[in-house]
Design a protein around this ligand. Structure first.
Ligand code: JB2
Length: 200
């Protein structure tokens, strides 16, 4: 029996999570969103179950499908995610020694390598690489094609932008933003925003 998953959010990120879930052999129960008509409904991917508040009526597995890190963090504090479910695209590689929390999305061709750990409600997006022994905090978004070298640590609620590179053993603080295409060669503090090559 496939698992019937409730998607939280109905926009672009929900669309890719829905497709990955289906390819992974799960079924979609539907989505919740405060702002109809959402993209998922317009495209006929699945139907809207109700508002975010209505989620309380359902007990099934669910996943936060909103790309914005701060929004995911806010919602995770407000809604019941005890039953959060991981959606892993079938073409992703997740090492058997990696540790995953719950409610995580791992996109196509993403890699989570040996003994890496990924916190609850994080996004490891299309083609992103999380090398061996990295730690990715809760609610982080590692954007498409971003790469973390071995032993990198990313604090909770941080965004690593499209195609950014983080050199091995670098520590990025909580709530940091790393601009798209950056190359990070030194540690980044809590709440810092850096960009460029090298990132400053
Ligand atoms: O507080 C909120 C909120 N609550 C519910 N803020 C925002 N921004 N969105 C909220 N939502 C719901 O999340 C909206 O009603 C909508 O259904 C969805 C956001 O959809 P949108 O298509 O704008 O963004 P997304 O989060 O699905 O996708 C973004 O992030 C992805 C990682 C886009 O930037 C994508 O291009 C990106 N790939």
């Amino acid at each position: 029996m496939p698992t019937h998953i409730i998607l939280i959010g109905g926009g672009g990120h929900a669309l890719v999570v829905a497709e990955a879930a289906t390819l992974a052999g799960h079924a979609l129960a539907g989505f919740v969103d405060d702002q109809p008509p959402a993209l998922l409904e317009r495209l006929g991917v699945c139907s809207r179950l109700g508002t975010l508040e209505s989620l309380a009526q359902f007990s099934g597995p669910r996943i936060l499908c909103i790309g914005d890190v701060n929004c995911r963090r806010r919602l995770a504090a407000r809604i019941d995610l005890t039953n959060a479910f991981n959606v892993i695209h079938p073409t992703a590689f997740v090492s058997p020694s990696a540790r995953l929390g719950k409610g995580i999305y791992v996109g196509p061709n993403a890699v989570i390598h040996s003994r890496a750990s990924v916190g609850d409600h994080a996004i490891i997006n299309s083609g992103a690489i999380v090398e061996h022994e990295c730690t990715v905090g809760t609610h982080c978004h590692i954007a498409p094609a971003a790469a973390l070298g071995g032993n990198v640590s990313i604090g909770p609620g941080s965004l690593v932008g499209l195609g950014a590179r983080i050199l091995p053993s670098i520590t990025i603080g909580d709530g940091a933003i790393i601009g798209a295409g950056s190359v990070v060669v030194e540690d980044v503090g809590n709440g810092a925003k850096v960009k460029g090559v090298p990132a400053r």
